[in-house]
Design a protein around this ligand. Structure first.
Ligand code: UDP
Ligand code: MG
Length: 321
């Protein structure tokens, strides 16, 4: 029998959280109005996470797991989970209990009242490092300005989605997956639920600064072409400045032919400025081309090393079979 609710939970070195997580999930399942499955995705953990996941699956068959062949990153791990879900409503959440599982009950209520996407919006972040809060704050606002679609601020991947929405997401072939952007992009009836983000139950953050930065860049590049235009604008402005400078030089030559043309500093600044503009523009171009290259290679988005609780190949996307 197919479950009604599917939870998708990516796990990267979370051995100290899995037990508590499973307890809270089991409590939540009691309060939901239907059967539940929990899909844990091991994103190449190097600790005992996979062993604990196997044990959990043995004890309680509602817990299934997928184990990726290496660390593919959070967004890909969630993508893998989405490929395998069997429920009618799908909940994505983190394993570190920063996203309170109990919120799923309220989400399910909204879903039953007709919403197809219910996303959690943070009203507060508890005890998170001020630097992370600062850049998260500015990033979401910058993204809102730049992106072609309206991506709500302060929302992460924690959400409930209807089967229909997940089917659409699964049909999207793109490799650079910024899920919260894609989720907004697809449309459907969406609503937000406010919540206060707890601090981690245990363990360290798995999103290093490098990973967060690359996720942020992915978000901007996947949903906006404005950065490409910036170099055009800066180029036009530089051209205008160059024209004004040319006119000034001409004016001095004609009106004050005896005045020495002091301009070494100006020339240096102009050369460096233009050099910088060109390099930055090439860099921006490179970001887009790099992504085109990724897409064109057409490698599978992830590779599975082991699965538990799924029959042969079931749920595997066509290209991986
Ligand atoms: N995660 C993952 N792969 C990674 C990094 C993180 O699957 O390469 C998982 C991690 O186990 C957790 C979730 O993604 O369940 C969010 O990670 P984290 O708590 O470090 O991020 P933060 O909440 O600080 O943004
Ligand atoms: Mg976290």
């Amino acid at each position: 029998m197919k479950p009604k609710y599917s939870f998708v939970i990516p796990i990267y070195n979370e051995e100290s959280n899995i037990f508590e997580l499973s307890k809270r999930l089991q409590d939540v399942a009691e309060q939901l109005d239907g059967t539940t499955e929990f899909i844990l995705i091991n994103d190449g953990s190097r600790d005992r996470s996979l062993i604990l996941m196997r044990e959990l699956h043995e004890k309680d068959s509602r817990f299934c797991y997928l184990s990726l062949a290496r660390n593919f990153g959070h967004q890909i791990a969630v993508t893998a989970g989405l490929n395998f879900v069997r429920g009618e409503a799908i909940i994505i959440m983190d394993a570190d209990l920063q996203d309170p599982p109990e919120l799923a009950i309220a989400m399910a209520e909204q879903w039953r009242s007709g919403y197809q996407v219910v996303y959690a919006q943070r009203s507060k972040r508890h005890r998170e490092n001020w630097l992370k809060r600062l850049y998260a704050y500015w990033f979401y606002r910058l993204l809102k300005r730049l992106a072609d679609v309206d991506i709500p601020t302060d929302t992460g991947d924690f959400c409930l989605m209807d089967r229909k929405v997940v089917d659409v997401l699964n049909a999207m072939p793109e490799r650079n997956r910024y899920l919260r952007g894609l989720r907004s992009w697809v449309g459907f009836r969406q609503t937000a639920i406010k919540f206060e983000r707890d601090s981690r139950f245990s363990g360290e953050r798995k999103y290093t600064f490098r990973k967060s930065f690359s996720l942020a860049l992915n978000g901007i590049i996947s949903f906006s072409r404005i950065p490409l235009r910036i170099s055009t604008y800066v180029g036009l402005i530089s051209a205008a400045i160059a024209l004004i400078m040319a006119c000034m030089v001409l004016y001095w030559r004609i009106v004050q032919p005896t005045a020495p043309l002091t301009g070494f500093a100006t020339i240096h600044i102009a050369v460096f400025f233009l050099g910088a503009v060109q390099l930055v523009s090439i860099g921006i171009l490179g970001e887009y081309i790099g992504r085109i290259y990724e897409e064109v290679k057409g490698r599978p988005i992830y590779i599975l090393g082991e699965v538990g609780g799924f029959e042969d190949n079931q749920g595997l996307p066509q290209r991986l079979r």
